[in-house]
Write a protein that binds this ligand. Sequence first.
Ligand SMILES: Cc1cc2nc3c(=O)[nH]c(=O)nc-3n(C[C@H](O)[C@H](O)[C@H](O)COP(=O)(O)OP(=O)(O)OC[C@H]3O[C@@H](n4cnc5c(N)ncnc54)[C@H](O)[C@@H]3O)c2cc1C
Ligand code: SF4
Length: 563
Amino acid sequence: METSVCIIGSGAGGAPVAWQLARLGIAVTVLEKGPWLRETDFYKDELACCLRSVYTPSLHDEQHIIEERANGQWSATPTSESGWDFWNGNMVGGSSNLMSGFFHRLRPNDFRQLSVYGPIAGANRVDWPISYDDLEPYYALAEQVVGISGRADPKEPHPAPRSTPEFPHPPVAEHPIVPWIDKACAELKVHALQVPRAILSEPVGPRNSCEYSGYCGSYGCSSGAKGSARTAFIDPAIATGHCRVIPHAKVHRLVTDERGRITAALWFDQDGQEHRIHADLFVAACQAVETSRLLLASTGPKFPQGLANNSGQVGRNLIFSAGGSGSGDFPFAGRSAEEVEALQTMGPFINRALDDWYEIRDPAFADGARHKGGIVELLLAHPNPIRKANSLKWDGEDGLLWGLPLKRKLESWFRTDRTLDFEVFCDWLPTDDCRVTLDGGVTDRWDSPVARVRLNAHPHDLEVGRFLAMRGAEVLKQMGATRISSNISGAPPVNLMAGGCRFGDDPGASVLDAECRAHEVENLYVTDGSFMPTGGSVPYTWTIYANALRVGEIIGKRLDQPG
Ligand SMILES: Cc1cc2nc3c(=O)[nH]c(=O)nc-3n(C[C@H](O)[C@H](O)[C@H](O)COP(=O)(O)OP(=O)(O)OC[C@H]3O[C@@H](n4cnc5c(N)ncnc54)[C@H](O)[C@@H]3O)c2cc1C
Ligand code: SF4
């Protein structure tokens, strides 16, 4: 099998590259480990989705080994035992099929964190090799192609400058309690940021506008409104006639020659049959943990420690979107009929975040100097009743609840009040204690070594998270919420992972160059979230899309002018 460019993984990092190249008439083959599900395959079955995932592999077939530190000691637990699932969406389009579509650009200072905010002991903070201005045209392109709905906000406290005056689509419909949030924020003199969404508020071509199904995050979209990598990039790439996608194709090794060039990718099909594909260029986009795993498993004559890893950098500086969450309840009792009706409304979005503290200069925080902060995203609690009931059975103090106390708790949740949640997003500082290696003993169902993921949050992340959670709680309090609580911990949100193959100018301290080409491998690019050397305090997907569009354009120019 031959192709010009072989892309491994069809998610947010792989699909935009395929789109860019296919438009230029370059033959692209995308190998995707999961199935090819389309709008008609997605459903909102509460039992099947979220209770047990239908979009990720069985943890007995494919697991991770998670290392955590307690009392100064590292201990390792297989996810087949803990049930802690590090897989996200394994299907054509990747995890972006299941995202909620909260879309934020990084801010200019996120590209120069070391210069602006300075070093932190125990953290590998660096500046990016590119600037916000380098990426801005691709944020703008992603906005158009993905179909991002929103309204430019001239009063944003920490703006990401725009080259275009307005979003291509007006904001998606807002929930009737949004004015309550705006009022509380105005009273507290806090800016309520209107959050853009990768969701169509109006139909575009074959894609319908949002149906406000209420089941967005963790669910596939049956209307085509969600700007998943499959809908926005793969489908149009296929339509050019230059892109083919092979689902159920699990790549397990990249083969290199004596010169250190990749000559082929080896992959297994659904029946366990091995295949080989040859290409001029290879793009790895398997999501952070799995891209590092694939490179580490791909040893060769020039790469005894794994592909592109003579520097020992592959798998290092894995990051997540740090933070935590909080919530407050709004009891129906004592409210007017209109207010209760507003609270009970399902479907429209909250679309509000607090970004006054994207940078913190507050005497109440640390030394009062300038620190990197984050955002607080407001959202209604996920409506899946089974997942919720399952979590309500736990009592904070005594373990399991049952009988009347459990019934009362369920009744309160489902019938007597509505909960408004918030999620805190701040930087997960890159450290030596958060990384991917290969496990020496455990293999997956194809006999490939599984990834061993060492996790440790820097204490500074927790400090920032707690500060932001207090700000979120203040807004809920001002709105009149009861039972306000928050939980900031060092446990990573596994759906928001990046790093492991950071890009940078120093080949001794990074895996990729500024163009996301491996320093050590002339025909390898990495375009999923792995390239990010630091995170920024927002979910990553708009940045992954933008960077993949940038790199796709670079590869297209390179193939157009060989030599
Ligand atoms: C429930 C949920 C909600 C989210 N909400 C948001 C949000 O509101 N806003 C936001 O910005 N982000 C959100 N995200 C995160 C977003 O989906 C990810 O940031 C983004 O998809 C990551 O892109 P990626 O290319 O790194 O990985 P992915 O998009 O996951 O793509 C990786 C692909 O590679 C495939 N693959 C892996 N290994 C192999 C292999 N060996 N061979 C072949 N193929 C392979 C996988 O099956 C997958 O399809 C959410 C994610 C989830 C799961
Ligand atoms: S229809 Fe709207 S709310 Fe439902 S999954 Fe699609 S984008 Fe999300």
